[in-house]
Design a binder for this molecule. Structure first.
Ligand SMILES: [Zn+2]
Ligand SMILES: [Zn+2]
Length: 413
């Protein structure tokens, strides 16, 4: 076996500290598209450009060159500097196609084994504290990790590895002002919420983030056996009415068609709160185009569609199947002795769902408050103020002590 000679090395970039600061962006003209050989040629509709400095997708304003931002109120791209707007161009009749789970996962793992270079140059921020991976389009505006509130360093930015491509997206509908108003109302309605928490503008990270979700469709056939319990009454010798259950052996086969079962593919989030943001109208997702993410962050998935299915979707589907079996058994009570769900098909689509995420560090712990980017619904933890709780507890103790004192006085006197 022969070892090929080492390839000649290209010019190396100096480490970040030695590198001269990047030149400021040109104020009036958008940078010319510098498309690396690996990237597919941009389509006529594709306003994205790969900039030589940052090598990330940006959408420069044709009027002033500033990076365009997807504006949820307009449903269009807008220039923050000059106010010009541009419609989001969808590639004709693009609709979302789902993927069969197993073959798609096999192909992904095979691709990862070959570790081919990523086809599209995407950059992501990887938080050194919590490990969250976040893609960004254009200029990174967030200065703190949206999930744990740790300041983001330039060295945290790296090239995103090959991943499942995003299939669809629910474009952000709630604007920043609305999200802020909703969060303020939520914080103010909790009177134990400490004053520090209310000062979130200074202390926290407040960002629009698209979270990664899989929406699963599945066909499941289940053979079961068990028994049906029927409540009956009889009179005993003394004439009292007794209730008892009559059990009948049963077996059968049921079928479940699962549609749009959404599961979050991100870790390190406050899971119960994220779950309460449901239901997501996954059926209204539109075909993905990165323009919807321009100016916002997109959290890439932490678990692939196979892992998330096993960890989250399968137990949930088994719960649905069990309910179907119980309904099929009928009667007043059911016992299931055997239940064997067989999946005829499992399909998924990879979707991005929008949230506004407020992360506040309180007593060295990150607290997350979510605003559903479609409905405006707020879900979050409330960090109880230690001082206020102590005061309340002390007040309670004092009242009890006073009561005991008065009681002793009346008895003694
Ligand atoms: Zn402009
Ligand atoms: Zn973090």
């Amino acid at each position: 076996m022969t070892v090929p000679p080492p390839l000649p090395e290209g010019p190396r970039r100096p480490p970040a500290e030695q590198r001269p600061p990047a030149p400021p962006p040109l104020p009036t003209r958008p940078a010319p598209p510098a498309v690396p050989a690996m990237s597919p040629a941009p389509s006529a509709n594709d306003r994205a450009m790969v900039q030589p400095t940052e090598q990330t997708r940006t959408y420069p304003c044709a009027n002033c060159g500033d990076a365009l931002v997807y504006d949820p109120a307009l449903g269009e791209l807008r220039s923050p500097s000059c106010g010009s707007t541009y419609p989001v161009v969808l590639d004709g009749e693009r609709y979302i196609t789902s993927h069969p789970l197993e073959p798609t996962m096999d192909a992904l793992h095979e691709q990862a084994r070959r570790s081919s270079a990523p086809r599209v140059v995407d950059h992501e921020v990887v938080c050194q504290n919590c490990g969250g991976h976040t893609l960004f389009a254009g200029t990174l505006t967030a200065t703190r990790c949206p999930y744990c509130n740790t300041p983001i360093q330039r060295t945290d930015i790296q090239v995103a590895p090959a991943r499942l491509p995003v299939d669809g997206i629910l474009p952000l509908r709630v604007g920043q002002d609305q999200a802020r108003t909703n969060i303020e109302a939520w914080v103010n309605s909790r009177w134990f919420a400490p004053r520090e928490f209310k000062k979130y503008r200074v202390l926290g990270s407040f960002t629009s983030v698209y979270l990664s979700y899989y929406s699963y469709d599945a066909e499941v056939t289940t053979d079961y056996s068990g028994s049906r319990g029927v409540h009956r009454t009889r009179r005993d010798r003394d004439g009292n009415i007794q209730t008892y259950t009559d059990w009948w052996p049963v077996s059968g086969r049921v079928h479940d068609s699962i549609r749009h079962l959404t599961e979050c593919a991100n870790l390190g989030l406050d899971e119960p709160r994220v779950r309460e943001l449901e239901p997501w109208p996954a059926e209204h997702a539109v075909a993905y185009t990165p323009e919807f993410v321009a100016g916002h962050l997109a959290r890439t998935y932490d678990g692939d569609a196979g892992q998330v299915f096993e960890r989250q979707a399968r137990p949930r589907i088994e719960g649905i199947v069990e309910n179907t079996v119980r309904r099929d058994i009928g009667g007043d009570e059911q016992r299931i002795s055997r239940m064997n769900p067989v999946f005829q098909s499992i399909d998924f689509v990879y979707l991005l769902m929008p949230v506004w995420l407020l992360t506040v560090t309180f007593a060295d712990k990150p607290f997350q408050v979510f605003v559903n980017g479609i409905t405006g619904e707020v879900q979050g933890q409330r960090p109880w103020s230690a001082i206020k709780i102590t005061m309340a507890v002390l007040a309670g103790v004092l009242l009890v002590a006073l009561g005991v004192y008065l009681y002793m006085q009346t008895r003694g006197g």
